[in-house]
Design a protein around this ligand. Structure first.
Ligand code: TXA
Ligand code: MG
Length: 344
């Protein structure tokens, strides 16, 4: 298959991509979070192609991307007030809301569940593609299953060139980590995945929030979880990753004393000089957490190299999007964290 490349700036881009989706094809779409692998979310056949291209387990549901908040009622029912409040405050934006699904949504899309994740992305070209296609666009992150997510069109090309119909290049993703997922199908709102919207912001709107266990701990393969995607090994390069917490100086002392040739250090820009000779890679500025979220997956992809034995990673502290960066790094590290303050 020849993959068509379209620039978001090309005047025929939205129409061409929408036509491919209408006819059952796969289109990689930019969003503010990560690139998605999109298809007609109402077509079993089209959705099947997404699972095949990604190598994704069948029980892992897909998010439906919609063109505007008014479309919530087309695809969900029994919608609580909180969903409208969240949509008004955060859409278009990096938030996915889980709601009871209307019956016509294929179970292949929802991974067999009777709920559906809806998201209105903050990306003009992609909302235009959705609008012109006339269907909700099912799209997981465009990476091959288990690999770090795709935050540039080049990442998508690396994973899927020749295997999907089209890639829309909208430049690097602004947020860089996937959307926050909140489940509103139970009595209490539940955070299933931290992302571009911080938990404090959700709490402000909803007045209540339970943090799902899958966010804070390693989930066993056979455990039943609310967001099936959270139980699979994720975001991880092929090497072992360990997060080293503590002050800049203590962490550097710990890492330097354990470092062996062939290891790598993933750190903040401000720390590069502490790791001379340790082949450090910076993923952004500690002083600006948005640069860390935007740079994280590109860095994890660069470290996805079988010749690297061990990666020592530095992780930001705090809430907001830093909470999502912590979550992704912990998952990449299989929750292996050492505290340099205690270890030395
Ligand atoms: O930012 C994002 O959300 C990106 C962009 C492309 O929009 N998409 C994305 O999709 O991250 P994906 O498939 O990589 O992650 C979706 C997560 C999975 O963990 C899945 O299990 C969960 O959302 N999910 C989807 N529908 C669900 C549902 N009905 N109930 C519970 N979890 C659901
Ligand atoms: Mg994903």
């Amino acid at each position: 298959m020849k993959t068509l490349f379209l620039s978001a700036a090309d005047p025929i881009c939205a129409e061409t991509a929408a036509n491919i989706i209408k006819s059952g094809g796969l289109v990689a779409i930019p969003t503010e979070t990560v690139y998605g692998l999109g298809a007609n979310g109402l077509s079993e056949e089209a959705v099947k192609k997404i699972f095949e291209a990604k190598g994704r387990p069948q029980d892992n549901p897909l998010i439906l991307h919609i063109a505007g908040p008014e479309q919530i009622e087309e695809f969900a029912h029994h919608i609580p007030q909180g969903a409208y409040d969240l949509a008004e405050r955060f859409w278009p934006g990096p938030l996915t809301i889980i709601l009871p699904a209307k019956d016509f949504i294929p179970r292949r899309t929802t991974g067999g569940l009777n709920t559906v994740g809806l998201r209105c992305p903050d990306c003009d070209i992609t909302r235009e593609i959705i609008r012109l296609s006339g269907v909700p666009v099912a799209a997981p992150s465009a990476n091959i299953s288990g690999k770090p997510s795709t935050t540039t069109a080049q990442h998508v090309r690396h994973d899927h060139e020749g295997r999907i119909d089209c890639i829309v290049d909208g430049g690097p993703c602004r947020v860089g980590v996937e959307s926050t997922i909140v489940d509103l199908t139970e009595r209490r709102p539940r955070l299933l995945r931290p992302g571009g919207i911080g938990p404090e912001e959700l709490l402000e709107v909803l007045g209540d929030l339970v943090v799902d266990k899958a966010v804070t701990a390693q989930i066993d393969k056979d455990e039943v979880v609310k967001a099936p995607g959270m139980k699979y090994r994720h975001y991880a390069p092929q090497s072992e990753v360990v997060i080293v917490g503590g002050s800049r100086e203590k962490a550097a002392a710990y890492i330097r004393s354990h470092f062996e040739p062939g290891d790598r250090v993933l750190c903040f820009e401000e720390e590069l000089s502490l790791y001379e000779g340790c082949n450090p890679l910076s993923y952004g500025l500690e002083a600006d957490v948005n640069t860390l979220s935007a740079g994280l997956f590109a860095a994890l992809r660069e470290l996805d190299d079988p010749s690297i034995h061990q990666v020592y990673a530095r992780c930001p502290v705090g809430g907001g999007v830093a909470y999502a960066v912590q979550n992704r790094l912990k998952k990449a590290a299989a929750f292996h964290v050492v505290d340099a303050e205690e270890e030395l």
